[in-house]
Design a protein around this ligand. Structure first.
Ligand code: DGJ
Length: 701
């Protein structure tokens, strides 16, 4: 099907992607204008460019597609450059276009006098109502150009009215909390300056007119596929026009473009739904599973993991790992992951990062015997690494103190007693790639958890080629991506989990390389309901690592039942980090039963559609429903929060079923039509606080 159409007499392009339509036009002055971003429009030719007010530049410039700092433009620019001769004025005009495979559009713009080009690329994904866009800035002139800002792009929302912004905010051990605020005037900037995606804000911005709900109303989504400093600027640029620009943060950024060089921005992902936030999330989830996730594992189920962290912390050794592995296998675990603490000198977080050989005291015979033991119990062996980091107390740092980001003669601030390796340097990149490659080549490792536990500070690169010092923000991320891409190519059977002290590096760029993420260091099953709710606004449950851990929880001191903890963790990629050695035989049986059940139903959670039936933020009750794409199976996870006498929760009206099918409830023999379940509802039947239940619906043949 043709997604991109060109109407030549109008110099207009229409990109149709399912429910979403994006329309671009060349104005009479040669500037490229975003005429429309939203639901479907016909006929596209009738859309007008806007008028002109005295004392104002032309109104169409308020909707310029890739605006610059230049001419009469006063908004957040997508591009700000220094051209030869110190010229800081840049004005881009339409040059040419090309359409490939009916769904990729590239439009080339050029500065009015210098040979600087911006190639704007658009790709439609009609099956998902999504368009991705990115830009390539090319210097075809004879002299260098300096980029001071080069965003992925901007969108212009339908003009008029107040917009409500929904975004994900938080902190370490409290990521992806949903925040909503009405934007009234001026600029709202969401960003990271920490070198990673960040726990504090995630590159996701949803917009609605203030009236959209979970399943109704129009919602627009803008996301960025980038794991370093980023910025999202929502700005009323005048005359009720809201514009959203997104890309690599220009803070402390500059990029030197030699003659013949180009700079490619990360992708901005545009989504639209007329079925509320839930509809938008489901489109994104399907897109992630169908397009973004690494292809080799995308359609495979996520394995049940045991991770040693919340049981042993740094105290891992051959003996205790074998003991744990025996019980892990007994209860049905599929991947046994040795977290932090296995490498040389790593007895706490003050030493060892950088020295990636097994600690000779803990593993006198190397990792081999543990790996063999794990495999003999029918499990895959997994390992934790933190490749970008070094402790000053390590052999690596003693050998190469110049390998970290720093400014000569200035402090090197430590966070968690560690410094960041300067991956902008090719020798450091090679070193990191080589030890990781060797580790995977020499050991039978099927799962890697790649962690990253600090923010950037003192981002100096003393040996940088002149003029390239501030490129580290981008070069570091590019290096992480390159290493991961090549390691994945050489070790295609390994599953990679992304972690950054929990969910500090979850984004659609990272998701092209990581099969799943460690969502948060907060493993309290109740706190997790909120974190997971926010996570699933943008990211699919298939990637959402969730563990069952011990009680009282190490962070919240809360004690919840094993059942509640399992149910909360089963809503994503299930893991266990409870101390198995301390489980009673009854608890072990219970854990085994939950894991067995999860294996039977995980296809519904991991590859199904999610309906957030009731938010924990609304109090009383939380409920999340998953439905297989063919609508024949569904799961409803119900959690009671604080209930009050006389305050009766409404029946759970489920979603996404086939109204004409008859569904059996929990193999109980009780059956109801989809129509009944969706319009009348189902009584969850739970009494008491902090209880949980999973209701399984199966269509009768
Ligand atoms: C932070 C991670 O989020 C934890 O799961 C654990 O891997 C520790 N790092 C290990 O240092």
């Amino acid at each position: 099907m043709t997604s991109v159409n060109f109407i030549s007499n109008e110099k207009l392009w229409s990109i149709r992607s399912g429910e979403l339509q994006y329309i671009l036009k060349v104005a009479d002055d040669g500037s490229l204008v975003n005429l429309h971003f939203g639901g479907r429009v016909e006929p596209v030719e009738s859309i007008s460019l806007g008028g002109h007010f005295p004392f104002e530049p032309s109104l169409h410039l308020l909707r310029e597609e890739y605006s610059t700092f230049g001419g009469l433009r006063f908004m957040e620019p997508c591009l700000k450059v220094e051209l030869p001769g110190g010229v800081r004025d840049c004005v881009l005009k339409y040059e040419s276009f090309k359409i490939e495979d009916n769904n990729v559009l590239s439009i080339t713009l050029k500065d009015i006098s210098y040979e600087l080009f911006a190639d704007l690329h658009y790709r439609a994904y009609p099956a998902y109502n999504i368009i991705t866009k990115w830009a390539e800035i090319r210097n075809a002139g004879p002299q260098p150009v300096i980029l001071e800002e080069a965003l992925s792009g901007a969108v212009s929302l339908p003009r008029g009215g107040l917009w409500r912004l929904t975004f994900l905010s938080g902190h370490w051990a409290g990521e992806t909390r949903i925040v909503q605020e009405v934007l009234k005037a001026g600029k709202k900037v969401l960003e990271s300056r920490r070198g990673t995606t960040s726990h504090q804000l995630n590159p996701v911005a949803f917009f609605d007119a203030g009236d959209a709900g979970e399943e109704e109303g129009e919602v627009w989504g803008c996301l960025l596929g980038w794991s370093g400093n980023w910025k999202c600027v929502s700005e009323y640029v005048g005359h009720d026009q809201l514009r959203v620009a997104m890309g690599v943060n220009d803070f402390d950024f500059s990029w030197h473009l030699e003659s013949g060089e180009s700079f490619k921005t990360p992708k901005m992902i545009l989504a639209y739904s007329a079925s509320g936030f839930g509809g938008l999330s489901r489109s994104l989830h399907r897109f992630e599973r169908g397009v973004v996730l690494p292809r080799n594992n995308a359609t495979k189920p996520r394995p049940v993991i045991y991770n040693t962290w919340e049981t042993l912390y740094f105290n891992v050794n051959e003996e205790n790992l074998k003991q744990l592995a025996d019980i892990a296998a007994e209860i049905g675990v599929e991947v046994f992951v040795v977290d932090d603490g296995w490498f040389k000198g790593r007895n706490d977080d003050r030493a060892g990062l950088g020295d990636w050989v097994p600690d000779p005291h803990k593993f006198p015979r190397g990792l081999g015997p543990v790996i063999e033991h794990v495999k003999s119990r029918g499990m895959i062996f997994g390992i934790w690494v933190e490749p970008e980091m070094v402790n000053p107390n390590s052999d690596l740092y003693r050998r190469h103190p110049d390998w970290v980001y720093h400014f000569p003669g200035r402090p090197r601030s430590e966070m968690r007693n560690q410094l960041i390796l300067n991956l902008s340097r090719s020798d450091v990149r090679e070193y990191v790639f080589n030890w990781l490659d060797r580790l995977l080549a020499e050991n039978d490792i099927g799962f890697v958890k790649w962690d990253m536990n600090r923010s950037f500070s003192e981002p100096g690169w003393p040996d940088a080629p002149r003029g390239r010092e501030r490129e580290i923000w981008v070069r570091h991320v590019q290096a992480v991506y390159e290493i991961l891409d090549e390691i994945r190519r050489r070790h295609p059977n390994v599953i990679f989990e992304g972690c950054s002290g929990g969910g500090g590096r979850v984004d659609l760029g990272a998701m092209e390389r990581f099969d799943q993420f460690w969502t948060s260091d907060n493993t309290d099953a109740l706190d997790r309901l909120y974190i997971q709710e926010g996570y699933t606004m943008a990211y699919c449950p298939k990637t959402m690592g969730a563990w069952v851990t011990g009680v009282p929880n190490f962070l919240t001191n809360r004690t919840l039942s094993l059942e509640f903890r399992f149910h909360s963790a089963m809503m994503g990629a299930l893991g266990i980090s409870v101390n198995l050695l301390e489980l009673s035989s009854i608890e072990k049986e219970e854990a085994k039963m939950h894991i067995e059940f999860y294996k039977k139903i995980r296809h519904i959670v991991l590859d199904g559609d999610l309906y957030r039936l009731k938010s924990p933020r609304s109090g009383g009750l939380a409920a999340f429903q998953y439905v297989t794409p063919d609508k024949t199976e569904s799961l409803i996870f119900v959690f009671t929060l604080q209930q009050g006498f006389g305050r009766r929760e409404p029946l759970l009206r489920v979603r996404g079923l086939d109204p004409s099918l008859i569904y059996e409830v929990d193999s109980s023999g009780q059956s109801f039509s989809g129509l009944y379940l969706m319009n009348y509802g189902i009584d969850h039947g739970i009494r008491g606080d902090y209880k949980s239940k999973v209701i399984y619906l199966k269509a009768r043949r």
